[in-house]
Design a protein around this ligand. Structure first.
Ligand code: CTP
Length: 431
């Protein structure tokens, strides 16, 4: 019996999919189709898949041509499948030409010409209502935001607002947006989502105005240093059924969720300490000490909770160019320390020590692309790696898009209580 395998996402099942499955079947007697899992698609940067895994599997089965469906969950799985299932021929579309030649040592690899003029991408573009996106800024640098929105289908960045019309114009020209304005009402007309990247002193007013116009908002953290104002904004957003999301990229990363889950489960026993180091030099667009503190404090609060017993903060400013801050937390049964520097190169890391092992994130750990789980008494280090593309802002927009699709306006990645705890730590006076 000749066994054939083919793979794909098979989103919004179309004639091109049917054709390749039919032609694949003709290469043998038994056809296996690998359908990509949601997490694998996200990892390889395919963020806009419309149909659930279940629907995509059902559609593949509905062809009546397939003998077995499997789920493709990670890069490199094809080699395992070909060996494990004793595959004679792997069939794949011509968009992958040459990409699977390494499998020729195990089976025949056939690249078939794609069906012309149809693709899931085309269908998604037709079916998706485009959500109009605007940016409020005080400077003409986008920090990668415009490019990031292009990776999320269904989002179109329309225009930019700045109080200073020259800045708005410069931004608009530089990033080739459709229009710019310093008139708020004109700016928000027909927009669905606004991203606010202005100075913290202006964020509260802008957020309030956007919520008032029923717009969903992504804003840099904190919304304000005034706790009551932040609480008011969260309340207003809930009343109006609009999403108000903090732009803290790490909490929207699947890898970060995985890492939290491992740390909080008993895999490394009870957590004894969390140690963090961060330097501004590692950020492509530079970061202030405050910006970095938000990331470090978020990691600690997400790992250990909001209920710390004692907190101390020490700042050292050697000169204008070198700033250093050290934060120490004491919880009931563990401690955490974050050391953050601007202008000095600290060893970037996040290390969690538990009673049964440790988890180590190195280098630009806030992107959480890779971490190691080291268990007590186990020689082999367990390495986990995940894809992280661009600045990560695309994952924030994508989360918002999923929330809007499900008509869910509260983001569960960072609760209000966690947001308030992070702000409390930021507002703590240095000793
Ligand atoms: N395929 C094809 N002809 C098309 C579209 C897809 O032969 N017009 C093949 C692909 O080459 C692949 C399989 O169908 O072998 C599954 O492709 P998939 O990536 O799921 O479909 P696309 O329509 O290419 O999806 P997208 O636009 O999201 O890339």
């Amino acid at each position: 019996m000749k066994k054939v395998i083919t793979y794909g996402t098979f989103d919004l099942f179309h004639q091109g999919h049917y054709n390749i499955i039919k032609r694949a079947k003709a290469y043998g007697d038994y056809l296996i189709v690998g359908v990509t899992s949601e997490s694998y698609d996200i990892e390889r940067g395919k963020l806009s898949v419309h149909d659930s895994l279940l629907t995509r599997i059902e559609n593949v089965k509905a062809t009546g041509l397939v003998d077995e469906v499997i789920v493709e969950e990670y890069l490199g799985q094809k080699t395992r499948d070909v060996i494990q299932y004793g595959i004679d021929t792997l069939v794949i579309g011509s968009d992958w030409i040459g990409k699977f030649d390494h499998l020729k040592q195990y089976c025949n690899v056939v690249y078939l010409e794609r069906t012309k003029n149809i693709s899931s991408t085309q269908l998604r573009e037709k079916s998706n209502e485009i959500c109009r996106f605007g940016v409020i800024t005080d400077d003409a640098d986008d920090f990668g935001v415009v490019k990031e929105t292009k990776y999320v289908s269904g989002i179109h960045i329309e225009r930019v607002f700045s109080d200073d019309i020259d800045i708005a114009e410069e931004f608009c020209k530089k990033y080739e947006l459709d229009s710019y304005s310093n008139d708020f009402d004109e700016f928000v007309k027909d927009l669905g989502i606004v991203y606010i990247k202005s100075h913290v002193s202006k964020r509260y007013d802008y957020i309030k105005k956007c919520i008032d116009k029923n717009l969903h908002v992504i804003c840099d953290f904190p919304f304000s240093y005034d706790m009551e104002k932040c609480q008011e904004l969260n309340r207003l957003a809930k009343e109006k059924n609009v999403a108000l999301m903090e732009n803290i990229v790490s909490v929207y990363l699947r890898a970060f969720t995985q890492f939290l889950w491992i740390a909080r489960s008993n895999e490394i026993g009870k957590i004894l300490s969390v140690n963090i180091g961060m330097s501004s030099d590692y950020f492509p667009y530079g970061k202030t000490l405050e910006d970095m503190s938000v990331i470090a404090i978020t990691a600690i609060i997400k790992l250990l909770g909001t209920d710390y017993k004692y907190l101390s903060k020490h700042n050292i400013n050697l000169d204008e160019d070198i700033e250093f801050s050290s934060l120490s937390f004491r919880y009931d049964n563990c401690v955490a320390r974050a050391q953050i520097a601007k202008g000095a190169d600290l060893h970037n890391h996040l290390t969690i020590f538990g009673t049964e092992g440790s988890i180590v994130l190195e280098d630009d750990w806030w992107n959480t692309g890779y971490f190691k789980v080291i268990k007590k008494g186990v020689k082999k280090v367990d390495r986990r790696s995940f894809n992280f593309e661009g600045t990560g802002f695309r994952y924030v927009i994508q989360e918002l898009q999923i929330m809007l699709r499900d008509k869910r306006y509260e983001c569960n990645r960072l609760t209000d209580a966690e947001g308030e705890a992070i702000l409390t730590v930021m507002n703590k006076e240095a000793e």
